[in-house]
Write a protein of this length. Structure first.
Length: 148
């Protein structure tokens, strides 16, 4: 490596292209828009999905079936091993307490407990869903499970 090969490190902030600043800038005159036509005019952003008059892809695809996405119920999923780590002294566990120790996201609306891992402290769980394996492990440790 020679001294003449050393280059300055590039900046993390790329400079924006300034168009229409004269012929010496390299992007003067038509400002990179070409000559004439719809694309050269002002305000030609176009509609989202517009394909120049061709039938848009969203309209070409067949629409079948049924979606229940608006009414879908999502569960924040927690394993019994995570609950055992977060609550080493035991006690009652519900969605609010699980949110407080950051095991699930704040926007979670319902809680589901799965049986991955081990639990050795008695936990009083109040959840919307509990797997059979999780319920067996919690009750074997001396805890209780309340659904709803």
């Amino acid at each position: 490596m020679n001294l003449q090969d050393v280059k300055r490190a590039g900046s993390a902030h790329k400079r924006r292209r300034r168009v229409g600043r004269g012929p010496g800038s390299g992007r003067g005159c038509t400002s990179g828009r070409g000559n004439k036509g719809q694309g050269s005019r002002n305000g030609t952003g176009g509609k989202v999905g517009f394909e120049g008059g061709q039938m848009p892809l969203a309209r070409r695809m067949p629409k079948r079936g049924f979606t229940n996405a608006l009414f879908k119920k999502t569960y924040a999923i927690v394993n019994v091993s995570d609950l055992a780590k977060a609550f080493p002294e035991g006690g009652s566990v519900d969605l609010d307490r699980v949110k407080a120790v950051h095991l699930v996201k704040r926007k979670a609306e319902s809680l589901k407990v799965l049986g991955n891992g081990e639990v050795h402290v008695p936990l009083k769980i109040k959840a919307d869903r509990v797997s059979a394996a999780a319920q067996a492990k919690i009750e074997a440790a001396g805890g209780t499970v309340e659904l709803g």
